[in-house]
Design a protein around this ligand. Structure first.
Ligand code: ACO
Length: 326
């Protein structure tokens, strides 16, 4: 079996900072409520002219540069997103064109809720493991704030935009040690964007009921997330014969600081090993883990040989975890 790992990493967080105080101006909310219930202090919004493919392309260019390969060496682009530029074509095809790679590689999107980047990374690595492809560009990217109702305080305050990308390839040492993916479609009603698909195409009714925005049952999502973050991590640790004490960095999906803390506590991971970016970037959905990984590296904390456990949960409901040696 070929060993697969990350040979290049890059991220892009839009410049526009939106603080809790900014949201207080048009929502019945407060900085105090948002901080204490979610851990979010500020988040970033994409420019009006930017869509998900624009954020994804910047992160992708950075990852390719970091990998020290030519863009032409990319065999496949997969974008994990819940806020594609359009229902179709795939955002991955738009990124391909922006990277001047049209006709030069395969490209598709993968939709798996917030674990979108975990799922895409697992899928992408299979092509390398099988020998089908050499270099796969995997991106988690979101202009997800566009999918949130600015009149709904229970969802609007939570999210931010961003993108993270990695180049996957065969590696001599380190790389992915194992993964675990999970989905429970019986819980799908708890986090949905109901309109705009084939079930509920756009109509006056859709506009009236605002069902073109995300709808969430926060407490059910909360319960699922707290349960899954520790359950799926434990399954993966057992599967890979890994002791929790040996994990150097725990990178959970950045949805809510209380979910992160509850998960870390249940797993027995000390605070100093838990990567937290939600205070600065909010929940950037499928982008949150690669963005946090790059954030950790930029702080010079991520060292060669470090054991990294990444875990995510979200709409579907889905969850996924990857264990890797950096
Ligand atoms: N500001 C002020 N008050 C608010 C706000 C807000 N932004 N949002 C909700 N409230 C109010 C509610 O209306 C409610 O008021 P009521 O008691 O008068 O009805 C009160 O605060 C308490 O609401 P709860 O929903 O019980 O608050 P809770 O402590 O559960 O926090 C939250 C809500 C933050 C949404 C939490 O449930 C949560 O984080 N859930 C998970 C959400 C999540 O992770 N989503 C994404 C995961 S998957 C993905 O990333 C796509």
């Amino acid at each position: 079996m070929r060993k697969v790992g990350i040979i290049g990493l890059g991220s892009y967080i839009p410049e526009k900072v939106v603080t809790n105080t900014d949201l207080e101006k048009f929502l019945d909310t407060s900085d105090e409520w948002i901080r204490t219930r979610t851990g979010i202090v500020e988040r970033r919004y994409a420019k009006e002219s930017e869509a998900t493919s624009d954020l994804a392309t910047i992160a992708a260019k950075r990852a390719i540069e970091d990998a020290k390969i030519s863009p032409e060496d990319i065999d496949l682009i997969i974008v994990g997103t819940n806020s594609p530029d359009m229902l179709y074509p795939a955002t991955a095809c738009l990124v391909q064109e922006k990277l001047n790679l049209s006709k030069k590689c395969a490209a598709f999107d993968l939709q798996a809720g917030c674990p979108g980047w975990i799922y895409t990374t697992v899928v992408g690595s299979q092509f390398i493991q099988s020998g089908a492809y050499k270099n796969v560009l995997v991106i988690g990217a979101e202009a997800i704030t566009r999918m949130m109702d600015p009149t709904d305080r229970s969802t609007y305050v939570l999210f931010g935009d961003g993108a993270g990308a990695v180049v996957l390839s065969e590696v001599e040492e380190g790389g992915f040690l194992g993964f675990e993916l999970f989905a429970d479609g019986s819980l799908s009603q708890y986090l949905t964007l109901p309109a705009g698909g084939s079930r509920k195409p756009f109509s006056e009714q859709v506009l009236k009921e605002r069902s073109y925005f995300t709808q969430m049952n926060g407490s059910e999502v909360f319960k699922f997330s707290v349960r899954e973050i520790s359950r799926i991590s434990s399954v993966l640790l057992e599967k890979t014969n890994t002791k929790i004490e040996d994990v150097d960095w725990f990178i959970p999906h950045q949805a809510n600081l209380r979910i992160i803390q509850a998960g870390a506590e249940k797993l027995g991971i000390p605070t100093e090993k838990v990567v937290v970016t939600i205070d600065k970037f909010g929940n950037s959905s499928a982008a949150s883990i690669p963005v946090s990984l790059d954030f950790l590296r930029k702080q010079d904390k991520l060292k060669k040989g470090d054991l990294v456990l990444m875990v995510s949960f979200g709409a579907g409901m889905t969850s996924g975890a990857i264990l890797m040696r950096w």
